[in-house]
Design a protein around this ligand. Structure first.
Ligand code: HEC
Length: 115
């Protein structure tokens, strides 16, 4: 599907909300619904839609659950060092991590290559 650059983000996030419900049903691990609620503590930087709100913050929309889960555990243990993410991850239980990665991985991403 063609998504025009200027309307891409609004349209994509609307689409994500529609598709997330479906993805949550087939997801084997955490609950995307619970992750959506828990993501209140992530949105200032990563957004509810997983699109970064700051130039030094990575996009995590549609990112692999395996990868995000591993990174959050590395931040939590201090193996991966970043002052903000270390503090945030320290407050997360294993279940929180499963739910959060279920939410962010279930977001559908559209990519448009440059012409
Ligand atoms: C205060 C801003 C801030 C908040 C709030 C925040 N993050 Fe982050 N997050 C960052 C930054 C900055 C990085 C990049 C860290 C680095 O450079 O190593 C990051 C990295 C990550 C990564 C690794 C991405 C990658 O590509 O390796 C994940 C996953 C992640 N955050 C998830 C979350 C989740 C889930 C929450 C909420 C529980 C959250 N973050 C809250 C700032 C934030």
């Amino acid at each position: 599907m063609y998504v025009h650059k200027r309307q891409g983000i609004g349209f994509a996030s609307a689409l994500c909300f529609l598709l997330t419900g479906l993805a949550g049903v087939v997801d084997a691990g955490g609950s995307a619904e619970a992750g959506n609620e828990k993501a209140a503590m992530c949105i200032a930087c990563h957004g509810k839609d997983g699109l970064s709100r700051r130039p030094d913050v990575p996009h995590i929309a549609g990112q692999s659950e395996i990868y995000m889960s591993a990174q959050l555990r590395r931040f939590r243990s201090g193996e991966r060092v970043h002052p903000e993410m270390n503090v945030i991850a320290m407050s997360l239980s294993d279940e929180d991590i499963d739910n959060l990665v279920a939410w962010y991985s279930s977001i559908q991403v559209e990519v448009k290559l440059p012409q």
